[in-house]
Design a protein around this ligand. Structure first.
Ligand code: C5P
Length: 306
């Protein structure tokens, strides 16, 4: 368990990181967001959150990822999640929030959103607030476009700005995740994408290819590989040119496909099976890169016992 010396009355929850197997981005909307057609998949890399009753609000972070740029005030997504549930329930009690981070920060894998999702589950329990999953999903959508998916987990087609979800079935897949030294802020990557497409009439495809859905259903990594696509990849590479090298490294390592995860700059390399993933990880490590083996899909945010 990542937390030490927690008061007995504490509640712990965890939520997974995500990758987008397909990320198609429509034109910029009037509200500044972009309509998406995406396929989210939760991966077995976990953010853990512990909430304890306290005299005043606080946030503390631990973890084996670079924690540098995370706000420790009301701007933190976990704090925002507590504030949103406080508003929905009329509760005002202070809580101490501890977050143990494993998902790369600013990496396009939804780490901050996972903190929000885990916090929603934990605060609902700590306060015996009795909010239903549907009510939590509504609050989640206000907190961020990826938060509803990280509450639900598994695999889902995402529409709207990512908050409209349709679950799909997927057998397990194996991945190597390679973080970047850089952090990319999501709005900046969308902004760069808008610049790149300024003269293009962007049309969002209406649905995902049937062959893609079939490959997921069968857990057929070889059949899935050619369908992985991320419209944000070039924008992310423009802002973090080192990404091109990571993508190249994945292909040299014989990954079936290599993609930028979400708005980047973390890269996800698809493996045939667990052994192949270990081989790809070794190859990347030998090249001096930090690389993590993982699998998907993972379940959504849930309580864990301390
Ligand atoms: O919803 P979230 O807070 O994660 O979004 C962060 C930023 O990313 C938004 O303010 C917006 O600039 C951009 N975004 C977007 N279209 C989406 C999701 C996010 O333009 N579908």
């Amino acid at each position: 368990m990542p937390f030490r010396d927690l008061p007995d009355s504490s509640v712990i929850a965890r939520a997974p990181g995500k990758i987008n197997l397909v990320l198609r981005v429509g034109p910029r909307r009037a509200d500044g967001f972009h309509d998406l057609l995406t396929c989210f998949q939760a991966v077995n890399i976990w953010e853990s959150v512990a909430l304890s009753p306290a005299d005043e609000f606080s946030i503390a972070l631990t973890g084996d990822v670079n924690l540098g740029e995370i706000p420790l005030d009301a701007n933190n997504l976990a704090m925002k999640a507590v504030a949103a549930v406080a508003q929905a329930t009329g509760r005002t009690d202070a809580v101490a929030i501890r977050i143990d981070k494993k998902v790369p920060v600013g990496g396009g894998m939804g780490g901050g959103s996972a903190d929000a999702a885990a916090t929603l589950i934990a605060i609902n329990e700590l306060w015996h607030a009795g909010l239903s999953q549907a009510e939590l999903l509504d609050i989640a959508a206000e907190l961020g476009s990826d938060v509803p998916f990280l509450l639900e987990g598994g695999t889902a087609i995402g529409r709207g700005r990512g908050e409209v979800l349709e679950p799909v079935k997927s057998l397990p897949l194996h991945w190597v995740i390679v973080p970047s030294m850089e952090h990319l802020a999501t709005p900046g990557v969308y902004g760069r994408l808008d610049e790149l497409r300024a003269d293009v009439d962007v049309v969002l495809p209406p649905s995902l290819p049937e062959a893609f859905i079939d490959a997921l259903y069968q857990g057929d990594a070889e059949a899935l590989a050619p369908h992985l696509i991320n419209d944000m990849a070039q924008a992310a590479i423009d802002l973090d040119p080192g990404l091109a090298e990571t993508l190249e490294l994945g292909l040299e390592a014989s990954a079936l496909a290599v993609m930028v995860s979400g708005s980047g700059p973390t890269c996800a390399m698809l493996a045939r099976d667990q052994k192949h993933a270990a081989d790809i990880q070794n190859f990347c490590s030998s090249a001096g890169r930090h690389a993590v083996v993982t699998s998907s899909p993972a379940r959504g945010a849930h309580l864990v016992s301390s």
